[in-house]
Design a protein around this ligand. Structure first.
Ligand SMILES: NC(=O)c1ccc[n+]([C@@H]2O[C@H](COP(=O)([O-])OP(=O)(O)OC[C@H]3O[C@@H](n4cnc5c(N)ncnc54)[C@H](OP(=O)(O)O)[C@@H]3O)[C@@H](O)[C@H]2O)c1
Length: 306
């Protein structure tokens, strides 16, 4: 049996770094990481900055030159950021959080679909912040309108407070992740090839780089909560970086028994759970509109899907 070709974004730091190391330590894998400047020993690195669709395209072109046989068994889209405002734009002119967390990964997925093997696993990292019932300390999404999220100046639901808008940009991008996975499952390619498609929610995982652009208070609290006793008391459903990373690796390697109908896997207090995602995430109309509008945004910027 040949080695599993694993392609991963967001494997160079945060809990994704733990995931990547676990995957590399498995003798049956070949791990390709999209990277900006950091490297993980034992992985094959290919430059990738998700703030540029051209960069996504060149990443895919490099990957497809390197993999032999030309098939990917595991695709992990874990990279993500939490921008403190909605003013930043990618080189393609889209709002940064939406574009990096959703649109660039959507493009990556679409370009790599022809290379995904039979029984491939596709895992995209989402977040409990997408669901109002989680009562996360982040404003939940109001919609998954790709055009409004890409161009916030068009969004009729913007709040007066910039911090709320920034939180919503993040939680909405993670809602988009679940809708994308749900749509992927419904495609002919996924059905014919028996792909396993998972939206992985690592739960609150303090100590990663996710809040690096937050206020000093947020950054300090994020570090303080890495002390296990404080984390468990103040954020009882949260997880350690180690647990969040290893769970993602186990999902990638097929070591987690995911019930057949489930696409949403959430880690809560170190335990793997299979809750239903939010009501918006279960909405089929939103799911179809997001897929269509994301394609439209790519076409507008002349990024074709082949
Ligand atoms: N921590 C949490 O509480 C939590 C909860 C729910 C969901 N999540 C999600 O989990 C994932 C990992 O987050 P984390 O907490 O481990 O954060 P992190 O430490 O900041 O890691 C983020 C990863 O994404 C990569 N990345 C960010 N922007 C990128 C870009 N423009 N191009 C390419 N790669 C980029 C980073 O690359 P570099 O190594 O180059 O910086 C890093 O590998 C994210 O999708 C996040 O939204 C986190």
């Amino acid at each position: 049996m040949g080695k599993l070709n694993i392609v991963m974004t967001g494997g160079t730091s945060g809990f994704g770094g733990i995931t990547a190391k676990e995957l590399i330590n498995n003798p049956h894998t070949r791990v390709f990481l999209g990277n900006r400047n950091k490297e993980i020993q034992g992985a094959e690195h290919i430059p990738l900055n998700l703030n540029s669709l051209e960069n996504v395209r060149s990443f895919v072109s490099e990957i497809t030159k390197k993999i032999k046989p030309k098939k990917i068994q595991v695709l992990i889209c874990n990279a993500g950021l939490n921008h403190p405002d909605i003013n930043s734009r990618t080189v393609d002119g889209f709002e940064m959080t939406f574009a990096v967390n959703h649109l660039a990964h959507f493009y990556l997925l679409r370009l790599l679909m022809p290379y995904l093997d039979t029984n491939a696993r596709i895992i995209m990292t989402t977040s409990g912040t997408h669901d109002p019932s989680e009562n996360a300390m982040v404003a939940p999404p109001k919609h998954a309108n790709a055009i409004w999220l890409a161009y916030p100046e068009k969004d009729k639901t913007l709040d007066e407070k910039m911090t709320i808008n920034a939180q919503r940009a993040y939680s909405s991008s993670k809602l988009c992740t679940i809708l994308t996975i749900r749509h992927l499952v419904s495609t002919a390619e996924a059905k014919q090839n028996n792909w396993q498609c998972i939206a992985y929610d690592p739960g609150a995982t303090p100590g990663t780089g996710l809040l690096q652009k937050g206020t000093l208070f947020m950054r300090l609290a994020w570090q303080v909560f890495t002390i296990p006793i404080l984390r468990k008391r103040m954020l009882p459903k949260s997880n350690s970086i180690q647990d969040a990373g290893i769970t993602l690796a186990y999902l990638a390697l097929g070591k987690v028994e995911v019930p057949a109908a489930n696409i949403y896997v959430a880690l809560r207090a170190g335990k793997i759970t299979f809750p239903l995602p939010s009501k918006l995430a279960q909405n089929d109309t939103l799911m179809q509109e997001l897929w269509r509008d994301s394609e439209q945004l790519l076409l507008e910027t002349k990024f074709i899907l082949k």
